[in-house]
Design a protein. Structure first.
Length: 153
């Protein structure tokens, strides 16, 4: 069965089982490896993508859920005003250590700032709660999100 959706601005169609996790389709079928596999149970956030602007865990989101919708991955954030501001703030605040979780962190932060341009610490903590950073850079993540919000003001 074919599934058609818009991936990073391009309409794509792929013939794969619609129950296949979106993460595997994005990575294996389209070669967009910025979205990472972490836990496989939607608990770490490394696989975060946007579906219609909502941050979703690609490891548990079936391809069928993307049918006819807009899907964005970390690869498209450089061309997204909010995503670019988040990425710039990440660099400025030296957020990444090992870097493995960062694509998911950036995707969650971008989704937050698209909905709330002036998030409080509590707003940030709530939006980022599903993203795990084993290196423990949570304070720098929060600072970067505040900096990105200021840059977008």
């Amino acid at each position: 069965m074919s599934t058609t959706f818009t991936l990073n601005g391009q309409r794509v169609t792929h013939d794969v089982d619609p129950s296949t996790p979106l993460l595997w389709v994005v990575r294996e079928e389209f070669g967009l490896t910025g979205t990472k596999f972490g836990c496989g149970m939607a608990q770490c956030g490394a696989c975060t993508v946007h579906v219609e602007g909502q941050a979703m865990r690609g490891c548990v989101t079936p391809l069928a859920a993307a049918a006819g919708k807009r899907v964005n991955t970390i690869e498209s954030m450089e061309n997204d005003k909010v995503g670019k501001a988040v990425q710039d703030a990440w660099v400025k605040n030296d957020v990444a250590q090992c870097g493995y979780c960062q694509s998911g962190q950036v995707m969650s932060a971008t989704a937050l700032l698209k909905k709330n341009r002036k998030p409080s610490d509590a707003d940030i903590d709530a939006a980022m709660a599903g993203n795990v950073c084993r290196c423990g850079t949570y304070q720098r993540i929060r600072a970067a999100i505040h900096d990105a919000a200021k840059a977008l003001a």
